[in-house]
Ligand binder design. Sequence first.
Ligand code: IP8
Length: 273
Amino acid sequence: MSRHAPLNGPGIRPWAVVKLGGSVLTRKRGIEALRPKILARLAAEIARASGRPLIVLHGAGSFGHPGARRFGLAGPPDPRTDRLRGAAIVGTEVRRLHLAVLRALVAAGANPVSVPMATHTLQREGRPVEMDLKPFTTALDRGAIPVGFGDVVPDEAWGFSILSADTLAVALATELRPERVLFVSDVPGLIAPARSGPPRIYPELSDATLLHLRPGASGIDVTGGIAGKITAMQAIARAGIDAGLISGLSDGRLARALAGERVYGSWWSAGSR
Ligand code: IP8
């Protein structure tokens, strides 16, 4: 990304950026299929940590990826598809999920403030060229939890394109320097390839781990699935910030990670390669 709007003043630094993956909030093989109990529990775990300044992001899951694929929004325009129509439909569907996330946080006693990046981002050929992160610091400074999400955003070459919340997590980590970035998923970490025996995760990630990655098979994901997440974690670690990939299906794991524990999961330690 080439430009970020300057952030004035020291402001409140977030302690953590938490990205709730679409894989854990929704059933990715379905269409607009929310997992309300999991969302409510994760919202409660976030609300309990609200003493610490947090930024929450969420993915699109089955609210965004099937439509984004149908209308080809993650790639260059195709004259056979109505891209503007696709942007309108997918943008609306991700906002339905966003509203559910905001409502769950409010119900849990937290004070979320919506930060829709479509009005604060410009992309070119699917990559951010301008991103204004100020609304996140403005909300943090007022004691709120800013909540951003993967979205359909304006694109100066393609009309509209997809901004993943993983990309947003990297930009926020680099600019605002939280203590850690947590990717909350439906897997316990990065699962190591194994021919037999129980699944094993890589507890520590490094550049060498990337060589073992295989394409994932869980539902539709136009923004790179687990490989995209690991690449985002690499960029975050390179910026000097710890990044963890943890399960959101395991009761209390997010709460413990937000209390500072290095919980079971795959971690890419700050600065390590
Ligand atoms: O689930 C993707 O965001 P992500 C956004 O964070 C859309 O990668 C609209 C597919």
